[in-house]
Structure formats: structure tokens, C-alpha cells
Design a protein around this ligand. Structure first.
Ligand code: UDX
Length: 448
């Protein structure tokens, strides 16, 4: 099938590449000429495992094209995806200007009946606005072309985006048109073998499904962080508690890891946007507000542990803190809403210096922080420890999982480790003569 995708960000680029991989003819459109030129030359703007060779192979095979020419792409397509960004507005609601600009562009250039698919995470009611925007442009042209707007939210995770896209656990299609479902069923057939993953529903339910999924996952994390806070106070170990509850299939093992708070481009933005939608429709989002405020507190927690360890923020002045990890999670260079950013700022405000190492996010960190005297972006985990007083682990990259604690001790001035992801056994760390602070690991482990 002939497909156009608007937006070459995470969702657009990964979805377009996967659709090309299974044999569809895909044109990715972006207004950013530099990005398009780069993609045509095989330069992938994001780090995502497996994506680069797939983009290159499909591009070379002629199934995946990149252009800024929206008119030609729309004219040749039977399915048009909208996968542009929906950044938060000042009040936290999703800013739809890019989505609606694409809708108008579609209306201006549509030549034959087509299905327009919303893949961007958009508030409930957006499909109607997209439909109105397209219809208004068609009316202005004086033409009558049939089209349907379908909500088809994307559930891919950064770092596993290609895998998630090639092997989706569900394909949500929101529309009241059986014909659209049938057409999209054909489009997705290569991803839908063995058992049917298509969940068809009305358009508003599909739009809400995406937010509900992300808000539920964010809630699980904030819940565990809340319990971790209690564990710290009552002298319990959250890691034992996690094991004690995860085996209940109604709770499950996933997304119950306490840590330095959730970040990324989805959870913080989507929880806020859903809360805004609730308020706009007269529902008080008590739980969503709490999820967000727990996460906000959690992002400040590592700094508070450091303050406790040193007996006050003033003691951090002049100290050098090694940071392992900058990205909001492993296998990505993405630092949007990363907990590391809050911590680094707090350390600087307290007069400390930072030596940071992240396997992928170094360039991103340079772009975000710029050149500063109080920041060294290091080439290796060992390098970050040089001359450092303390080590903070904030992203759970695999390579940080089993370090040589004796070597760490030899390099660390104050011999203290703050484990923002509970990667280590406190006893192993302490056996090497390093003081250990984790998340929710009890007063019995580090008395106040
Ligand atoms: C998320 C959803 O998982 C995905 O389905 C949706 O399409 C987009 O949003 P992503 O933002 O890529 O994906 O990251 P995810 O792996 O879900 O992690 C989000 C954050 O939560 C990370 O900062 C991670 O460190 C944190 N997290 C995750 C925890 O703190 N504890 C956990 O148990 C799980």
C-alpha cells in the first residue's frame, strides 16, 4: 500500500521504517529540510537500536523515501499518518498546532479518498478537530473527497521501538467506519499474524486508551516510589517488598521498580495532559495530580539523600560528584525530563561540580548544558570517578550493573555511592568500604 507519514520523530520514523520493512511504499514528510537531507543521506537523528540499518536498507530498496514535498506525497497515498509532536502547552495541555497544520495540509492536497490516521498522542476529541480542519480545506477548494480520520495510538518504548513496532501487543483502531478497519487490517496484516491483535473501538475511546495506558504505568511507578519513601522511614527494604508483591499476577513484575522518578517524552507530558483534559471536562484528577507530585518529589530525592549523608547542603560546596547515566532510561540518548537534569541543577546550585558519563547521551548533554566549568562529560564510567568524592548512579544502563567496587572505592574520595535505581546489593557495596544509599532501602540499611 502507498503510505505517507507526517513527522520524522521517534514515532513517525520508526513506524514508517517498519511499514516499509514489511513491503509498503512509505514516504516520510517533514518540514525540516536539514533533517530530510540527513535522512536521505542515511543520517538517523535519534539513537534507537536496530533502526539505522533498517532505514538504510529500505531506503536503498526504494520503499522508504524522505521529502518535504507534502503535496506529492499526499496525492499518491491511500493512508496518511499524522505523527508530529504534541508538546505541552504552558498549562500542561497538549499543543495541537502541528497536528492541525498537517490536517490543513492534507485538506489542501488530497486528490482521492484516503484514510487519515492520528498516531500522535492527542487529547480526546482531536480526531474531530482533524476532520473539521480537513473538511474546511476541501470545502474551500470546492471539492468533495471522501476521507475518514482514525485514531491509532502508538505504544512503542524508546530503546525498544523497532521491536515494539514489529511485534505490537495490540493495534488499537478507533473509528466508526468498518471500511477503514478493513483497509487498516490489510496494512497491518504483516504485524498481525498468529493471533488477532487488532482492537477496534470508537475514536474517543481509542484516544483515551493511549493516555490511560501511560497514566497507569506512571501510576505504578509513583506508587512504588511512595512505598519506597515509607520503607525508608519505617526501616523496610523496598526491594524485598517489590519481590513480595510482584509475584501476584494481578500486580505483576513490570513497572514496579522504584527509582529516581520517571522521565522521557511521554509519561510526564501525558499524565499532565490527561489531568488537563479531566479539568476541562469538569472532572477533578485527584489521582493523576498525586502521581505527578510524587514523581516531582522523587526527582529531588537523590539530592536529599546526599544532603543527609553530608549533614547539610552547604557541605556539598566544592565537592565533585560522579554521575553514571544522563539519559532518562537506558538504550537511548534522550534526556527529555530526565531525572539527571534536576539532580545536576541541584548539585550546581549547591556549589558542587559534576563529572558525568553516559554511553549515548554525551552529545545531547553537551547540547542541553553547554560548556561549563562545573561539568565534565567523560569518556568512560571510570573516567567519571577521577577526583570525585561521590558516585551517583541515575540511569540503569546494563554496563553499570556489576562494577568493581574495590576499584570504585580506590578512586572515590568520600567513598559514598547513591544508587538511584537500586542496582546493587547494599552489603556488596559496603563490603568494599563504600557507604551505600539506595531508594527506599530502609533505616536498617542507612540509619538517619
Ligand atoms: C513509555 C511507554 O512505556 C510506552 O508504551 C509509550 O508509548 C511511551 O511512553 P518510554 O517513555 O519510552 O515509553 O519509556 P519507559 O520504558 O516506559 O520508561 C519511562 C520512565 O519510567 C523511565 O524514566 C524509566 O526509568 C522509568 N521507570 C520505568 C521506573 O522508574 N520504574 C519502572 O518500574 C519502570
Amino acid at each position: 500500500m502507498h503510505v505517507t507519514i507526517f513527522g520524522t520523530g521517534y514515532v513517525g520514523l520508526v513506524s514508517g521504517t517498519c511499514l516499509a520493512e514489511v513491503g509498503h511504499d512509505v514516504v516520510c514528510v517533514d518540514i525540516d529540510q536539514r533533517k530530510i537531507d540527513g535522512l536521505e543521506a542515511g543520517v538517523i537523528p535519534i539513537y534507537e537500536p536496530g533502526l539505522e540499518p533498517m532505514v538504510r536498507a529500505n531506503h536503498a530498496a526504494g520503499r522508504l523515501k524522505f521529502t518535504t514535498d507534502a503535496a506529492a506525497a499526499i496525492a499518491a497515498s491511500e493512508v496518511v499518518f499524522i505523527a508530529v509532536g504534541t508538546p505541552p502547552d504552558e498549562d500542561g495541555s497538549a499543543d495541537l498546532q502541528y497536528v492541525l497544520a498537517v490536517a490543513r495540509t492534507i485538506g489542501r492536497h488530497l486528490q482521492a479518498p484516503a484514510i487519515v490516521v492520528d498516531k500522535s498522542t492527542v487529547p480526546v476529541g482531536t480526531a474531530d478537530k482533524v476532520r473539521d480542519a480537513i473538511a474546511a480545506e476541501l470545502a474551500a477548494r470546492g471539492v468533495d473527497i471522501a476521507f475518514d480520520v482514525v485514531s491509532n495510538p502508538e505504544f512503542l518504548k524508546e530503546g525498544a521501538a523497532v521491536e515494539d513496532c514489529m511485534r505490537p501487543d495490540r493495534i488499537v483502531l478507533g473509528t466508526s467506519s468498518p471500511a477503514s478497519i478493513e483497509r487498516l487490517r490489510r496494512l497491518y496484516a504483516p504485524f498481525n499474524r498468529n493471533h488477532d491483535r487488532i482492537v477496534a473501538m470508537d475514536v474517543r475511546s481509542a484516544e483515551l486508551t493511549k493516555y490511560a495506558a501511560n497514566a497507569m504505568l506512571a501510576t505504578k511507578i509513583s506508587f512504588m516510589n511512595e512505598i519506597a519513601g515509607i520503607a525508608e522511614k519505617v526501616g523496610a527494604d523496598i526491594e524485598q517488598v517489590r519481590k513480595g508483591i510482584g509475584s501476584d499476577p494481578r500486580i505483576g513484575w513490570h513497572f514496579i521498580y522504584p527509582g529516581a522518578g520517571y522521565g522521557g517524552s511521554c509519561f510526564p507530558k501525558d499524565v499532565q495532559a490527561l489531568a488537563r483534559t479531566a479539568v476541562q471536562h469538569g472532572h477533578e484528577p485527584t489521582l493523576l495530580d498525586a502521581v505527578e507530585s510524587v514523581n516531582d518529589r522523587q526527582k529531588r530525592h537523590l539530592f536529599e539523600l546526599a544532603v543527609r549523608h553530608y549533614g547539610g547542603a552547604a557541605a556539598l560546596r566544592g565537592k565533585t560528584i560522579a554521575l553514571w547515566g544522563l539519559a532518562f532510561k537506558p538504550n537511548t540518548d534522550d534526556m527529555r525530563e530526565a531525572s539527571s537534569r534536576r539532580l545536576v541543577q541541584q548539585l550546581w546550585d549547591a556549589g558542587a561540580r559534576v563529572r558525568a558519563y553516559d554511553p549515548e547521551a554525551r552529545e545531547e548533554a553537551r547540547r542541553i548544558f553547554g560548556d561549563r566549568d562545573d561539568l565534565v562529560l567523560c569518556d568512560s564510567a571510570g573516567d567519571a570517578l577521577q577526583g570525585a568524592d561521590a558516585l551517583v548512579v541515575i540511569t540503569e544502563w546494563k554496563q553499570f550493573r556489576s562494577p568493581d567496587f574495590a576499584q570504585i572505592r580506590a578512586r572515590l574520595g568520600d567513598g559514598v555511592l547513591f544508587d538511584g535505581r537500586n542496582l546493587y546489593e547494599p552489603a556488596d557495596v559496603e563490603a568494599a568500604g563504600i557507604a551505600y544509599w539506595g531508594i527506599g532501602r530502609g533505616r536498617s540499611i542507612r540509619p538517619e
